[in-house]
Design a protein around this ligand. Structure first.
Ligand code: ATP
Length: 508
């Protein structure tokens, strides 16, 4: 067993619990990629020659029907030549496929050795590593009847579909199991499932041909990039191997700083794994192995999945404090996360959750001042509230309205409104400080409003020019146009027209 000290040193070096930088593996991957391209090229050649043969056949038929015997013979000779080439290309394709298979096998073997060694490291380094003990009289996670059904499933897809309702039964109220097996996350990964709050994931349509299981209530989607620290990852295997733990570990290790949790399982058993630390430098803290049929496993899995991350706890504490209901996730930035919330008194509003009290106070004060001056900004409808969370605090404030995002194309279409919205701030003596398009929302009356007023300040020549540059850059204008900007640009009709033409040239 590694000591904690050794573990941290290992993990801090970034090598202990990630894939080793294996040259062999990289070379095998390159060889596999080359073999794949060779198959692609050979396949194209066969298809291309097939098309030529088909075209010649049509020509031959025309000449034959027109009694052009000589021409038809000429075409026939040509056809024989191309046919011979196609046969050769087919053989080359078969050969390329064989080589690809070999290259894939070599790569898989090397990857599996690496995964095996990583899995061993993770097992060894876990601060606690246990096997679930039976608690007589308590419910197993999956009944014998269901286990018998499970044992008949022969593909991973059927298995995942069958397991969905079981996984859902392990979730706490308000949490759902989301299938992401065929939907790449923004990070590029494709874990089989993740568990997240039912209002806080990016729902997608079922992929074509997706198996929906018995009750067709399956949910498909990917996590929001800003909420990667508020989910649990689940990876299913038809028949779990020792090395599969490496895959789950890779997912957990790549999640944001803090504790991350995941479950690896097959038809008989499961592994519950917890990791802590910084992203890509995590260390395994707890590993619990168990079997679905073990009495007491239902509560053990449910309790494991019910543990909330710090972010989830602050969100739920804030929701409770404000007596609002969560309707969705609006977005996140470097400073906070914004959720769509609702209650009967306040109606629909945005809840911005932050950790930094000073910055949040400054933002609320700036917004209030801007509202008083009649500026087009989202309006705070609460003071900054502090919510105790253990020995720490998180902070939130509510604002209205909850608006729609403005795309670059929409912004170019209503460019005058966008420019006026910034000009209105400036003429009231306020500079936004971060006047990017993502900081503009559209309300129900199609009016534009500024959000994210953390960096607002006095409008001076310098801050005004900087705002205009920021906005115009985020609209996608050319460098040439950016070079023409000065503090008076928004009052200058010639500039506005030049910008319109510039954006038109880029957008269409
Ligand atoms: N009232 C609102 N209506 C709709 N969406 C909103 C609202 N407020 C915030 N958002 C969304 O949440 C995202 C993050 O909000 P905000 O910009 O206030 O956070 P931040 O952490 O201060 O960001 P930054 O890193 O840009 O400073 C916004 O880009 C926007 O998409």
């Amino acid at each position: 067993m590694l000591t904690r000290c050794a573990k941290n040193a290992d993990s801090a070096a970034g090598a202990g619990f990630g894939w080793a930088n294996c040259k062999d593996l990289a070379a095998a991957r390159r060889a596999r990629d080359r073999a794949e391209s060779a198959v692609g090229r050979a396949d194209q050649a066969v298809t291309g020659l097939g098309d030529v043969v088909a075209a010649l056949q049509r020509q031959w038929l025309q000449e034959y029907n027109a009694n052009n015997g000589e021409k038809a013979d000429e075409i026939e000779t040509k056809m024989d030549e191309i046919e011979a080439k196609r046969e050769k290309a087919k053989k080359e394709l078969e050969e390329a496929k064989k080589k690809l298979k070999e290259a894939e096998q070599k790569y898989d073997a090397k990857a599996s050795v690496q995964a095996g060694s990583l899995a061993s490291k993770v097992r060894m380094a876990a601060e606690s590593s246990d096997t679930l003990q039976a608690r007589p009289g308590q419910a197993p996670a999956i009944s014998d009847v269901d286990l018998a059904e499970l044992s008949k499933l022969d593909t991973e897809e059927k298995f995942c579909a069958y397991m969905t309702r079981h996984l859902q039964a392990f979730c706490s109220d308000g949490y759902v199991v989301i299938n992401s097996e065929r939907l790449a996350w923004t990070t590029g990964w494709k874990p089989d499932f993740f568990i997240a709050h039912k209002k806080c994931y990016d729902a997608r349509k079922p992929p074509k041909g997706a198996r929906l299981g018995r009750n067709a209530a399956h949910k498909f989607g990917i996590p929001y990039p800003g909420l990667l620290d508020s989910l649990r990852v689940c990876e299913a295997k038809l028949d779990m191997k020792h090395s599969d733990l490496a895959e789950l570990w890779q997912y957990l290790n790549s999640l944001p700083d803090g504790e991350s949790r995941g479950m690896l399982f097959d038809k008989r058993s499961f592994i519950l794994l917890t990791a802590a630390g910084k992203c890509q430098q995590k260390f395994p803290t707890r590993l619990l192995e168990g079997e679905w049929r073990t009495e007491g496993s239902f509560d053990a899995v449910r309790a494991f999945l019910a543990v909330q991350s710090h972010s989830e706890r602050s969100l739920h504490a804030a929701l409770q404090h404000a007596s609002v209901q969560l309707l969705g996730f609006l977005g996140s930035g470097s400073f906070g996360r914004v959720f769509h919330v609702y209650n009967e008194t306040r109606g629909s509003c945005a809840m911005k959750l932050v950790n930094d009290e000073k910055l949040a106070r400054a933002e609320v004060a700036s917004l209030q001042q801007a509202v008083q001056q009649g500026c087009p900004v989202a309006q705070p409808i609460s003071e900054l509230e502090a919510v105790a969370l253990g020995n720490r605090h998180c902070f939130y404030y509510l604002s209205t309205p909850v608006g729609q995002k403005l795309s670059q194309t929409d912004a170019a279409t209503r460019l005058e409104d966008v420019l006026d919205c910034l000009h209105d701030l400036h003429t009231s003596g306020i500079a936004h400080g971060d006047a990017r398009l993502p900081n503009l929302i559209v309300n129900a009356d199609s009016e534009l409003l500024w959000i994210d007023c953390l960096h607002t300040g006095l409008a001076t020549c310098v801050t005004v020019q900087s705002d205009i540059e920021t906005l115009v850059r985020s609209l996608g204008a050319s460098a040439q146009l950016l070079a023409q900007i000065n503090a008076d640009s928004l009052s200058n009709q010639t500039f506005r027209e030049a910008l319109q033409r510039d954006l038109h040239a880029w957008t269409y």
